[in-house]
Design a protein. Structure first.
Length: 359
């Protein structure tokens, strides 16, 4: 089974908490069974969110807008005021945030700058989910066009819904007590087929699993990465509670491995990052890619492991223009990028099995 095709084409958009997300979990479990493994589901309750397409008008002109997950609904009018900015997760850009100020002086909504890609992408804000104000995302280009005092109308709608979700877990055949986790997330964003983000990563986990079947490895496909990394956070919280996290020697996470401008090597602690760079040199990846390094924290499923002092790395090819858009499709996949990312992931997993990084 090719999970890029199965998830992005056969299932399509698979927002966490949706029926399509359940179909995606079943497809991943079937792929793990084809490897001769016995997958299990880690189920949990989830406050999911079903957004509608926001509508934005600036100075009488309709502008593209992307939904913000967990934004409260509103239909508002007012003037724009820039209220702050923050660093982009990748690169040196600054991302502006704007308030929509009603005629009585109240801040009634927010416009945020999309962090990646060329469009107004669906994303989450920095707020805790249930306190997210009415918010929509605009493209970087449109953010540059916004000026204080512009007249704006914004309509945001979405529904908070209770759902059950599932991480998919399968142990390879190694019987050792200390295990390395090879992980990726299978959910996608609103209306996004998510071929690159992140059907490629889940297919990468399947391919790595083929090569590590007899090793002390566990394969995990997380749900709900696109809404505050909730699937991986639940896994880490449960593993802490049950005393299982002490048996995790390390993590290799694959995210967006089939298309992108650079090879990103994001690893923590520094010892693991150094070892990862050694692996890129041994595999000749420095000769083929511009390699960028950093910690394995932020908007990555490796984040919660690092937060719990577990050595973890995320491998990705990034950024790319189609990120979180409807044209993140199967046709974008570059097989060589996937092969190289999987080779790298397998090498890093084997390194952590043979010489665990100290916590």
């Amino acid at each position: 089974m090719n999970l890029v095709q199965a998830l992005s084409v056969d299932v399509g958009p698979r927002l966490a908490g949706s029926a399509a997300s359940g179909q995606a979990a079943d497809a991943v479990a079937d792929a793990f069974r084809e490897l001769g493994l016995e997958p299990r589901f880690q189920e949990f309750d989830l406050l999911a969110y079903e957004p509608e397409q926001p509508w934005l008008e600036v100075e009488g002109e309709e502008w593209p807008a992307g939904p913000c997950m967990y934004a409260h609904s509103a239909d508002v009018e007012g003037t724009v005021r820039r209220i702050g900015e923050g660093p982009a997760p990748v690169g040196d850009r600054r991302l502006a945030t704007f308030a929509i100020v009603a005629d009585d002086g109240r801040d009634v909504a927010r416009l945020m700058t999309s962090a990646f890609g060329r469009g107004a992408t669906p994303f989450a804000s920095i707020h805790y989910p249930v306190t997210t104000p009415p918010t929509a995302f605009v493209s970087s280009a449109d953010s540059d066009r916004l000026e204080d005092g512009m007249r704006v109308r914004l309509r945001v709608a979405g529904e908070f819904v209770r759902r059950r979700e599932r991480n998919v877990i399968a142990d390879a055949r190694g019987g050792g007590e200390q295990r390395v986790l090879v992980t990726a997330h299978f959910d996608s964003v609103f209306r996004g087929p998510g071929a690159i983000d992140n059907a490629t990563g889940v297919e990468g986990v399947r391919r790595a699993g083929e090569r590590l079947l007899e090793r002390d490895v566990t394969l995990i496909a997380f749900t709900a990465e696109e809404i505050k990394l909730l699937g991986s956070r639940y896994y880490v919280d449960e593993a802490k509670l049950r005393g299982e996290l002490a048996h995790v020697a390390g993590v290799v996470n694959l995210d967006c491995i089939g298309h992108g401008d650079k090879m990103m090597v994001l690893a923590s602690p520094d010892e693991l990052r150094g070892r990862a760079l050694e692996a890129t040199r041994a595999l000749g990846l420095h000769e083929r890619y511009e390699i960028e390094t950093g910690p394995a924290t932020g908007g990555l499923d490796s984040h919660w492991f690092v937060d719990a002092k577990v050595p973890a790395a995320t491998i990705c090819h990034f950024p790319y223009d189609e990120y979180h858009l409807q044209d993140d499709t199967y046709e974008l996949v570059d097989e060589q990028l996937m092969v190289d990312a999987v080779d790298f992931g397998v090498a890093l997993a084997e390194s952590q099995l043979e010489r665990p990084v100290a916590r």
